[in-house]
Write a protein that binds this ligand. Structure first.
Ligand SMILES: NC(=O)C1=CN([C@@H]2O[C@H](COP(=O)(O)OP(=O)(O)OC[C@H]3O[C@@H](n4cnc5c(N)ncnc54)[C@H](O)[C@@H]3O)[C@@H](O)[C@H]2O)C=CC1
Length: 420
């Protein structure tokens, strides 16, 4: 059985307009055939359904890029260890997936399509399980971390520092998923806001989004001494080790977090590259980290911080959307660029940098491949394992089931969940 990306892509394109119904059918089928699996998922499935198709979309459209695909699936396989996924779950998921594709393709389903999808799923599941097995030799499936600092910088934004019980390896620019005891089985990704340190501490910038389960819990209901669970480090945005070019970092809101980690990384490597950090926020008050950034700027003279405010007309500094102001500031064509923030901001900024003469392979970001594929002509092909933090456009839905009784902050063990 050999991979046939063309057939998989063509047939998937027929299903894409019906993703919502197809995803509901997939989970209905999965739980009908393997009822015990339902208990392993969060009570509200809305976000989960969406995630399944985002992951599937990423896999399908990456079938022609073996390196990117292998990197994505390896991360996904490693990350699924935290749910307690076993090899046999992959067969159940594969069966439900094929049944879903068959149903939604209707007359377009035939033996050739079946073979192409079977080959693709077998290869993908194989990569995920191999990566999970290899990871099990060297890493725990999750880390328990104690909150050692919690600063409420604005009513909505907190900066948290946590100490994992054992070392959690990562590189600057990556993110981890976080689970709080308030919402067992609900994991959300957050970028790590500092470069790796000897004491192993990790910092997160969290904005409580309306209706957000984990973000609200982290900002409003978490204190020093509480514990959270962390998944393994994920994401492909990182400092280009072969470059000594000057650096432009463009941050939208809490997208500052991974860029601060990258800047710290440059500092710790004693590289004397000039860095411009253009940091966008809606209002002056939303520039929640400006004091720290000014301190960093005064310590490292080759760092320049440029705050940009988009929704406060009497702000005395640079005004506008962060993507729009770049052309007014200087020529960036000889810079490496790192971009993080809301998906729309990343798409706008990457596209703007292309028009300003920055080659696509020098523009680094970690937004969802599938989302940017539509809107961003200069996507350099970075893909990650999921959305970073939650976008305001996609708050965590409120629970549809009963509110969990575990209001105390004893960390629950992760519950098994099959592959997304
Ligand atoms: N690795 C990454 O890319 C990371 C991304 N994030 C994401 O960053 C977002 C931060 O949200 P908030 O703090 O609420 O930011 P926000 O929505 O308040 O936006 C902050 C600034 O970003 C710019 N911006 C926003 N939308 C834009 C658009 N469509 N086009 C051009 N510029 C735009 C504007 O300058 C705005 O003032 C979240 O969605 C989070 O998921 C957070 C951490 C890491």
């Amino acid at each position: 059985m050999s991979l046939n990306p063309r057939i998989v892509k063509e047939s998937f394109a027929l299903i894409e307009p019906h993703t919502e119904r197809a995803s509901a059918y997939f989970y209905g089928r999965l739980f009908a055939e393997s009822p015990r699996l339902r208990a392993l998922f969060p009570p509200a499935m809305d976000l989960q359904r969406d995630r399944l198709f985002r992951a599937l979309t990423t896999v399908v459209w990456s079938l022609d890029s073996p390196d990117a695909l292998a990197s994505y699936l390896s991360q996904l396989g490693r990350d699924h260890r935290k749910y307690g996924v076993f090899d046999e779950h992959y067969a159940a998921v594969g069966g439900a997936l094929l049944a879903t594709i068959r149903k939604f393709l209707g007359d377009a389903w035939n033996a050739e399509v079946e073979e192409a999808w079977t080959a693709a799923y077998t290869a993908a599941a194989g990569m995920m399980t191999s990566a999970a097995h290899a990871d099990a030799e060297i890493s725990p499936p999750w880390w328990i971390a104690e909150v050692v600092d919690h600063e409420r910088r604005t009513p909505d934004v907190a900066v948290l520092t946590v100490r994992p019980g054992q070392p959690l390896p990562y590189t600057a620019g990556q993110h981890v998923t976080v689970q709080t005891s308030r919402w067992p089985r609900v994991w959300r990704p957050y970028s790590i806001a500092n470069a790796p340190r000897e004491d192993g501490l990790l910092r997160f910038h969290v904005r409580a989004t309306p209706g957000g389960w984990v973000s609200g819990s982290l900002v409003r209901h978490t204190e020093v001494g509480h514990s959270v669970l962390l998944g393994p480090a994920l994401g492909t945005m990182g400092l280009d080790p072969d470059s000594d070019r000057d650096i432009l970092c463009v941050a939208g809101g809490t997208g500052l977090a991974p860029l601060k980690a990258i800047i710290e990384q440059v500092i710790s490597m004693r590289q004397r590259r000039h860095i411009h950090l253009v940091v966008g926020a809606r209002t002056r008050r939303d520039l929640y980290d400006l004091d720290d950034l000014r301190l960093l700027e005064s310590t490292y003279p080759w760092l320049r911080v440029i705050p940009v405010v988009s929704e406060e007309p009497d702000f005395e500094g640079v005004q506008g959307m962060v993507s729009e102001v770049l052309g007014r500031l200087r020529d960036w064509s000889d810079h490496d660029a790192y971009v993080a923030g809301p998906t729309g901001m990343i798409a706008e900024t990457v596209s703007r940098l292309g028009r300003l003469g920055v080659p696509p392979d020098r523009v680094h970001h970690d937004a969802l491949h599938a989302e940017l594929r539509r809107g961003c002509p200069h996507n350099p092909g970075y893909i990650n394992a999921g959305p970073v933090e939650h976008s305001p456009a996609q708050p965590d839905p409120e629970p549809t089931g009963p509110v969990p009784a575990a209001r105390h902050h004893r960390v629950s063990r992760p519950v098994r969940r099959p592959p997304a």
